[in-house]
Write a protein of this length. Structure first.
Length: 289
């Protein structure tokens, strides 16, 4: 058993499918509800990206879930086809607005594995190479993560495309173009969330696997043109949920890193983001399925 960044890893001696079947049997025997089985590698294959067999099981039980349900007793509302999903946060008086940029981390994971994986430096080496490449990756545009929202944006999704790529492009430039495409999609979805003038956004917090990369965090701050805060805790959602279940109505804020946007880079990213958006829309119109 390994514990890393708040995540417990237990290796299985069986295949992914056999392991999933065994877990499902255990959950059933203990009367634990299996809410969903997400086939990440299957979804990656649909957009033409290779990924090792990866499946996610989402399960729970009333003893753990009931306190959270009682903390947020209002229904979710909003049509995900036309706008953000709006739902009550487990902290009373707070609402959550959600959008989806689609596959983001999958693209960088694909590139990491293609470049040799952990044996060749992994994400850290890709970040180092990307940081050494010029902003805009010398004209390379990656159309992958979805910068659109709503029924029109998801009804027809274009194939993942590398536009303007030549043999002259380096691995660092490809890595930078992938990270820029992710940041542009996140920025577009952020604009959807903040599109209502009655909503005041006090701050932006960045969590998840990419938040462990200082380069990605700084890029997001530069693209958004806003300060980005990164909690110094391995699993922010789990830590906050545990605190609420334990009765802490206002969990203590963990230490966090702050990334301040660079004005000159922000202006250039705005220009690049507009070009990326136009490329994505044209690909969607011509080849979207």
């Amino acid at each position: 058993m390994q514990k890393e960044e708040g995540l417990v890893k237990i290796p299985s001696h069986h295949s992914v499918d056999e392991t999933v079947d065994k877990l499902k049997a255990i959950l059933k025997s203990k009367e634990v509800t299996l809410f969903a089985l997400v086939d990440h590698s299957g979804e990656a294959a649909k957009v033409g990206l290779p990924m090792p067999p990866t499946k996610l099981l989402i399960f729970g039980n009333p003893k753990a879930g009931t306190p959270l349900m009682l903390a947020a007793d209002e229904p979710t509302f909003g049509d995900p086809h036309s706008g953000p999903v709006i739902s009550p946060h487990v902290r009373r008086g707070t609402w959550a607005l959600e959008t989806n940029a689609g596959a983001t981390g999958i693209f960088y994971t694909w590139l990491r594995d293609l470049a040799g994986g952990a044996d060749n430096g992994g994400y850290a080496e890709l970040d180092r190479l990307a940081a050494g490449a010029a902003l805009g990756a010398h004209g390379l545009v990656v159309a992958g993560p979805n910068p659109l929202w709503g029924e029109q944006g998801w009804a027809r999704v274009p194939p993942t495309t590398f536009l303007g790529m030549t043999p002259a492009h380096s691995l660092g430039e490809v890595a930078r173009a992938v990270l820029e495409s992710i940041a542009y999609a996140q920025s577009s979805n952020f604009d959807v969330l903040t599109g209502d003038p009655s909503l005041a956004v006090d701050e932006v917090q960045f969590i998840g696997g990419a938040s462990r990369s200082p380069f990605s965090c700084q890029m997001l701050a530069d693209v958004l043109g806003r300060e980005v805060y990164v909690p110094e805790v391995g699993e922010p959602f789990a830590a906050g949920g545990a605190a609420l279940v334990a009765g802490e109505r206002t969990p203590a804020q963990p230490e966090r890193r702050t990334y301040v946007p660079d004005g000159e880079r922000h202006r250039e990213y705005q220009r690049q983001a507009a070009h990326h958006y136009d490329c994505y829309v044209q690909l969607q119109e011509q080849f979207g399925t």
